[in-house]
Write a protein that binds this ligand. Structure first.
Ligand code: BTN
Length: 247
């Protein structure tokens, strides 16, 4: 495996680590102790305590991409979720720019990316202090976990071996910057539109696992703030957090 230093666009301040518990935790630590600027990107080759959404763990052996970006988006906290969709689109485009043609990629609500029927990447958004947002990104290049509730995969398993973490980091950073500027200048509308064009399961029946129940209905779209709109027999339901399954 190569070990060159990645070169993200100049705005980013790259912090490269061999191993860390969680790049999200490290990014939060840097924000809280006042040593980090906006656009600090913490990248580690491996994590010993990687975290996913809803308190799940995120297996993080060397070979996949694990990074966390520190931002101060200057928007109300409720709007920060929109940046998860910015990250999802950036991952989608980064993967598209590097994999062999013919792989079918999708966005899965809220911020996952699928290859075929399985998850290849996820995003963990966390806030810290008054105004910091941490955008944690995991992309499975080589390894993927077995026995997950929703099936997982890696680029390697899908027939695109040889993509390095350095290449993927740079591609993600480039595409994130493009989409972030679009979001900053034009708001959530173009992000939402593009995400919906790439969404898996739109206008189809899906199940959403919530904390205490599972609900089923037609995935009718995204609300103005990124909440999922589920059309059921009793009308539309707006879902802010949950796990989607395709039926
Ligand atoms: C999910 O789909 O559940 C989100 C996964 C996010 C994983 C990334 S890996 C880099 C960053 N550090 C963490 O501990 N988690 C995120």
């Amino acid at each position: 495996m190569t070990s060159r230093t990645p070169r993200p666009p100049p705005l980013y301040r790259l912090v490269s680590l061999d191993t860390v518990e969680s790049t999200n935790d490290e990014a939060k630590r840097l924000a809280e102790d006042g040593t980090a600027d906006e656009w600090t990107l913490v990248w580690a080759r491996a994590q010993t305590a990687g975290r996913g959404r809803h308190g799940r763990s995120w297996e993080s052996p060397e070979g996949n991409l694990y990074c966390s970006l520190l931002l101060r988006p200057a928007c109300p906290p409720g709007q920060a979720a929109e940046i998860g969709f910015v990250a999802g689109l950036a991952i989608f485009d980064a993967i598209g720019s590097l994999v062999l043609p013919g792989l079918e990629a999708w966005c899965k609500w809220p911020n996952d990316v699928l290859l075929g029927e399985a998850k290849v990447a996820g995003v963990l958004l966390e806030t810290t202090g008054a105004d910091w947002l941490v955008v944690g990104v995991g992309i499975n290049l080589v390894h993927y976990p077995a026995d997950t509730d929703f099936p997982a995969t890696s680029l390697w398993q899908q027939g695109s071996p040889g993509i390095t973490v350095e290449d993927m980091l740079e591609a993600f950073c480039r595409h994130f910057l493009t989409w972030y500027k679009r979001w900053r200048d034009e708001g959530f509308t173009p992000i939402r539109e593009r995400w919906l064009q790439r969404a898996r399961g739109l206008d189809e029946e899906i199940s959403v696992r919530l904390s205490g129940e599972t609900v089923t209905g037609v995935f009718a779209g995204l609300d103005d703030d990124g909440a999922l709109i589920l059309e059921g027999p009793d009308g539309d339901r707006r879902i802010a957090a949950g796990d989607v399954f395709f039926t």
